[in-house]
Design a protein around this ligand. Structure first.
Ligand SMILES: Nc1ncnc2c1ncn2CCCCCNC(=O)c1cc(-c2ccc(F)cc2)cc(O)c1O
Ligand SMILES: [Mg+2]
Length: 215
């Protein structure tokens, strides 16, 4: 049977990128998705904004919701200092299997914990299972209708504390209207929109950065 799109992305990495070189993995995926086949990676334009937020926060523990092929996982992990890590949750086992290989090819497996499962099931176990106190940065890039309920769940589980930064992809396209309304109107968040474009297209999209101000 035909290969899947994630399998074709992995092949592009394995043929075009250098083992242990995260930037070459990022470049290979962006080239493939811009010139061969569109895919829902955060991409190079929004990826540069993600990079600047990671550098600004210099997080020790990062949570990523929605791994897909591991493109943004690699973008984040490549900027983390020794001892820092990103826990990334992926619901789809086929995506997770490809992401593991992409992350391994980039040589960043020591900075990444990939967990297979639904965000709503795993978030309540984060403290106990990973010994996480609170996250310094959360990158939301999974089911768009899960952004708001999972943010509320993270708050309830004490995984968001004063200074925690939430960075949400696709707040315009496909769009997360209930999440945007919440973070922009809550007195507990300071929210900022970074205007950009849907990965590899001219369609408007953007990232919303929301800093938790404490209770
Ligand atoms: N840990 C977890 N818990 C729950 N769900 C989980 C999960 N882990 C994964 N999922 C399941 C989410 C699967 C993909 C989410 N991303 C998206 O749906 C997405 C779609 C577009 C898009 C835009 C315009 C179009 F015309 C078509 C598609 C662009 C993007 O940048 C996107 O991130
Ligand atoms: Mg996205």
């Amino acid at each position: 049977t035909r290969t899947s799109r994630p399998q074709r992305i992995l092949k592009a990495v394995q043929t075009k990128a250098t083992v242990g070189d995260p930037q070459s993995v990022i470049t290979a995926i962006d080239h493939f998705c811009r010139h061969r086949e569109w895919a829902m990676n955060v991409g190079d334009e929004k990826g540069s904004i993600l990079d600047s937020v990671v550098n600004e926060v210099s997080p020790v523990t990062v949570l990523e919701l929605g791994t897909y092929c591991g493109y943004s996982t690699v973008r984040i992990a490549r900027l983390l200092p020794p001892g820092a890590c990103v826990i990334t949750l992926e619901f789809n086992p086929d995506y997770a299997a490809i992401a593991r290989q992409v992350i391994k090819w980039s040589g960043l497996e020591d900075k990444v914990q990939l967990v297979e499962g639904a965000s709503g099931d795993w978030i309540p176990w984060m403290k106990e299972h990973f010994g996480v106190q609170a996250f310094d940065l959360v990158f939301l890039d999974h089911w768009k209708e899960r952004y708001l309920p999972d943010t509320k769940l993270l708050e309830e589980c004490g995984l968001i504390q004063k200074g925690t930064v939430l960075l949400a992809d696709n707040v315009i396209c496909p769009g997360t209207p209930d999440y945007l309304e919440y973070v922009r109107n809550s007195p507990h968040y300071n929210s900022q929109y970074y205007r950009s474009h849907l990965e590899y297209t001219k369609v408007e999209d953007g990232l919303e950065k929301s800093v938790f101000l404490g209770y």
